[in-house]
Design a protein around this ligand. Structure first.
Ligand code: FAD
Length: 303
């Protein structure tokens, strides 16, 4: 990876664009509206995540027919891994240098059991104390969960826009506006029939009925998803968090602190898999070596 890319995590997006001689109007009006819609944050975010947000505003974006969830489904299928759905991990306990015990609860039956693994990859943002780490040394890298995540409320509305907004997607370039974007969404079967149109509105706090009335003429169905969506990129001086929480325990989502996006998670996943592979006795090497070796090499346990 070019060191230039790492350097982009260390300077603000605004300074990066000003140094590149982009005009203030372009930065304040166009670029900021894109960082607000994609990350809910203004151009003081680091330049790397800013560039990722801008890439997401281009025309050549693709969606998977049938729904983007098919990406995860197909990857899981192709991996041939054993996957336990509806199973919550409560804690990870270190038993030995290369032995970890997970306490898991089957969310359907409510039954809790334990399972042992040689290596653990955590593939979720650690935003709260949703997972306990037991019996790890004091060097365990757990500081980063204290970092803040940014709240984004996604409101899906089946209804008709007021005259003011009709016929266009709307991006806000102002952090104090009560929404950051209004965009039309289409069914995953790509049909564009005469059903009531559906819009997705992003905001920092849940929308009140009065606010919805300012946008919509009528609201037939309203669905709200309120979440801590991506890191709050408030500082360029904070070091990026580690992938290795402790030898044998890896955190894929550390990469979200450089930029949060599905493509980034794929890179984080590959990093975590290579680290675990090497720990479990694979040869150190790049992705190609890994691919060649896996055919003949039995990894000692499945994650
Ligand atoms: C509003 C919004 C819009 C976005 N738009 C885009 C976009 O347009 N393009 C893009 O590329 N990215 C986008 N992203 C970012 C993208 O969604 C993330 O990068 C991606 O989901 C990260 O994938 P992940 O598998 O690492 O984590 P997640 O998708 O967060 O998956 C983690 C999973 O772990 C589960 N989990 C958590 N704790 C436990 C536990 N203790 N036990 C068991 N399971 C647990 C969770 O339920 C969840 O299913 C957006 C994110 C948000 C919130």
């Amino acid at each position: 990876m070019s060191p230039e890319i790492y350097n982009l995590t260390k300077i603000s997006y605004k300074n990066f664009l000003m140094d590149a001689k982009y005009s203030k109007k372009f930065i304040d009006e166009l670029v900021q509206s894109i960082s607000l819609v994609n990350y809910g944050q203004d151009v003081s975010i680091p330049a790397f995540v800013g560039c990722v947000s801008f890439a997401g505003a281009g025309e050549q974006l693709w969606a998977i027919k049938g729904g983007n969830k098919l990406l995860a489904k197909q990857l899981a299928h192709n991996s041939e891994a054993t996957i336990s759905l509806n199973t919550r991990v409560n804690s990870v306990t270190q038993l030995d240098a290369n032995l970890f015990e997970l306490s898991v609860t089957d969310e359907k039956s409510g039954q809790t059991s334990t399972r042992r693994y040689n290596s653990v990859i955590i593939a979720t943002p650690l935003t709260e104390n949703q997972l306990k780490f037991i019996n790890f040394s004091t060097n365990f890298n757990v500081n980063f969960p204290k970092r803040q995540y940014h709240r984004t409320v996604s409101t899906l509305v089946a209804g008709h826009l007021n005259k003011k907004w009709k016929g266009r997607d709307v991006l806000s370039d102002n952090e104090s506006t009560f929404f950051t974007s209004i965009g039309r969404v289409y069914p995953v079967d790509d049909s564009r029939d005469e059903r009531t149109p559906v819009y997705k509105v992003f905001s920092r706090t849940p929308l009140t009925t009065d606010q919805l009335d300012l946008i919509f003429e009528d609201t037939q169905v309203v669905y709200v998803k309120d979440w801590y969506a991506y890191p709050h990129y408030d500082s360029v001086s904070e070091p990026l968090p580690p992938f290795i929480l402790s030898p044998g325990v890896y955190h894929l989502n550390a990469i979200e602190w450089a930029a949060s996006a599905i493509e980034m998670s794929l890179i984080g996943g590959k990093n975590a898999a290579l680290l675990a592979y090497n720990q479990l006795g694979g040869k150190t090497g790049d992705a190609n070596t890994y691919t060649q070796n896996t055919a003949n090499h039995q990894i000692t346990d499945e994650l």
